[in-house]
Design a protein around this ligand. Sequence first.
Ligand code: GLY
Ligand code: MN
Ligand code: MN
Length: 442
Amino acid sequence: MSFHVVETFYESHLGELKQRTLKALSRENLDGMIVHSGQLAYHFLDDNAYPFKVNPHFKAWLPVLDNPNSWLVIEGTGKPKLIFYSPVDFWHKVPEKPNAGWCEYFDIVFLEKAEKVEKYLPYDRENYAYIGEHVEVAKALGFKYINPEGLLHFIHYYRAYKTDYELACMREANKIAIKAHKEAVNVFYKKGAELDIHHAYVAATKMNQEHLPYNNIVALNENASILHYMVQEHLPPARHLSFLIDAGASFHGYAADITRTYSMSDGLFADIIKQVDHLIQRLGAAIQPGLSYVEVHEQAHVGIAQILYESGIVSLLPENIVDTGISKTFFPHGIGHYLGLQVHDVGAHLADDSGTSIPPVERHPFLRCSRIIEPRQVFTIEPGLYFIDSLLAELKASENTKYINWQLIDDLVPYGGVRIEDNVIVHEDKAENMTRELWSSQ
Ligand code: GLY
Ligand code: MN
Ligand code: MN
C-alpha cells in the first residue's frame, strides 16, 4: 500500500495527537496512557478466530491494523513506544517487522510472547491509563485507571477535528470505494445476483472483505427497503428493477461510507433517484461552519417532502408533510454521522472536552450527530426515500392515510427505496464533497 499520504502529513498528525494527549494527561493528572491494539477473539468452543478489529485508539497513531497483542506507551512528549508483537509461530503468518516511514517516530521493541508484555511496560505504571477492550488483562497488569471517562471524552471530543493526514486518508478510502462502486454497478446492469455484485465490489477494492469498514449492503429490488440489509442472495431475482449499494473502503484504518441507488429503466423510481441526488447536492452546498447538524437533517426532511409532493405520492404541501410526520415514514433514519477511524465516528454528541453531552433531539431520535458543524469535521450526508412495509402499514392505519396515493406506493414497493450517501469535509469557507469531487477521476 502506498505511503505517500503518510510522508506528507503524518509528522504533523502525530504532533497534533501528542499535543492533545499532553493536555488530556495533565488535566486528568495521569503520567501516560497505554493503548492496547487488542486480542484475537475465538468462536465459542473453537480454535477459529473472528476477524481482528484493532482498537481505534491504536490505529489513530499509526497504520498498524493487523497486529493483536501490540501496545503503545504514550506520554505526550518524546517518541511513543511501540511494543510490536512478533511471535515465533510456524502456524500463522507473523506480521512483518515494520520498516515504513512512520517507524522513525516510535521507539520500537518486539514482543515475542504476548503474556510477557509487562517487562516492556513502565515499571511504575500506577498513574498510567489503560485504553483498550480487555479489562481483565488491564486488571491483571495492575492498572488502576482503565478507560477513564475524562481521558476518553477529551480524546473523543477532539477526534471530530481531523488532521490533514486523516483527511488525506479518507480521500484515499473514497477513491478505492468509488472504483469498486463502478465495478459493482456493471454487474447489476448484467443482471447478476447480489452475491455476484458483492464479489465484484470486494475484488475491485483489492481488500479482503474483513478489512472493509462495515458489511456491504448490496440490495436488489424490494431488499433496498431494508435499511441494514446484509444478506446477499446468491441467485439473481426474476427481474432487476433497482439496486442499492452501501459499501465503503478503508485506507490506513480510515473509512469511506458511500451509497448509490440505480434503476434498470426510466420511470417514476428513476425520477425519484434523480430528485434525491439533487437534494444531496443541495444539502452539501449549504453546509457551512456554524450550522447545526440537526438543521441539515430538517432540511433533508423538507427536501424529501418536496419529492413526495411533486411525485404525487402525498397530496399535502411539503411543510405539512413534515409537520404531520409523514416524511418520517419514507425517511426514517438520520441524515448522517461523523466518519473517521470508525464508520460511525465518536464525539458527535459531545458539547465539550469534559464530556458534556448534547442529547439527541427528541423529535429525531435516530440522528447520530447533534454537534454544531465546524471546520475539519467529516461526516456523511445520506438522504433516503424508502417504501418500507411495516412503516407503510402504520401510515395506512393512521388518519394521514387519506393524503397518500396508495396506487403509486404499490407500484413503487417492488423497487425498495433510494439512498444516496456522500462523504463531506467541512472547511472554513466551503464543504468539500469528496465523494463527488473524486467520482469522475476514478
Ligand atoms: N453504512 C452504514 C451507514 O451508512 O451508516
Ligand atoms: Mn453512513
Ligand atoms: Mn453507508
